[in-house]
Design a protein around this ligand. Structure first.
Ligand SMILES: C[S@@+](CC[C@H](N)C(=O)[O-])C[C@H]1O[C@@H](n2cnc3c(N)ncnc32)[C@H](O)[C@@H]1O
Length: 193
């Protein structure tokens, strides 16, 4: 593990030890829409990229999906009612290697990824994507990092730059700004990136 990886892992380990952070789950703002999209597009298998406390995974299992998660630090995982440990990988996204999943969900994570890892991160997500993807990306600073004296949103790009970057690895079908979030939806590019 190199220095940057050790620093990032330790940062999120500390973050998930903060009780306020433990309660946050940005993806749950979109859970109904994501799972409805998955059903309409016959997606049975899901990758939750940056699964955090696992609330989205719990709900997806409840709704009958086959889901796995990956996160750089899994100490925030809530293992009730389902034990998520066997379904999760602890690693940074750019090191992900897994069987393809129908849908890749990555909510409130890409802006946390150091810029030097962004291309490899999107490449790894693209390789893991069989059909579709849904990303939400916060466009503004975070307010939790100050609890541990760290900045969490370290990749703050413009909407145009995010879309250009994502298009190198996916087919973008639509994107829109909702409050401080950029929502991006699309399909696999057949892994040409
Ligand atoms: C704001 S939380 C979002 C968690 C979850 N997606 C949600 O919406 O509830 C950001 C998550 O990204 C994870 N993370 C940050 N950098 C990462 C990286 N390079 N690879 C994998 N996970 C990362 C953190 O550990 C944290 O769980």
């Amino acid at each position: 593990m190199d220095n940057l990886q050790a620093q990032e892992k330790s940062k999120y380990h500390k973050m998930w030890q903060q009780s306020e952070y433990g309660m946050t789950s940005p993806v749950m703002r979109y859970v109904d829409g994501i799972l409805e999209y998955a059903k309409q597009n016959y997606c049975k298998t899901i990758l939750d990229a940056g699964c955090g406390n696992g609330k989205f995974m719990q709900r997806a299992i409840e709704d009958g999906f086959d889901i796995i998660g990956i996160d750089i630090s899994l100490n925030g995982l809530i293992n009730e009612p389902y034990n998520l440990v066997p379904l999760c990988i602890e690693a940074p996204l750019h090191q992900l290697e897994c069987e393809k999943k129908d849908l890749v969900v990555c909510c409130d994570v890409l802006e946390h990824v150091p810029q030097e890892w962004l291309k490899d991160t999107l490449k790894a997500l693209s390789k893991a994507c069989k059909k579709g993807f849904m990303f939400s990306i916060c466009l503004t600073d975070d307010h939790f990092g100050s609890l541990i004296g760290e900045k969490l949103h370290i990749s703050l790009l413009s909407i145009e730059d995010w879309i250009d970057l994502i298009k190198q690895f996916f087919v973008v079908q639509l994107y829109k700004r909702v409050g401080n979030d950029l929502l991006v939806v699309g399909t696999s590019n057949g892994n040409q990136g």
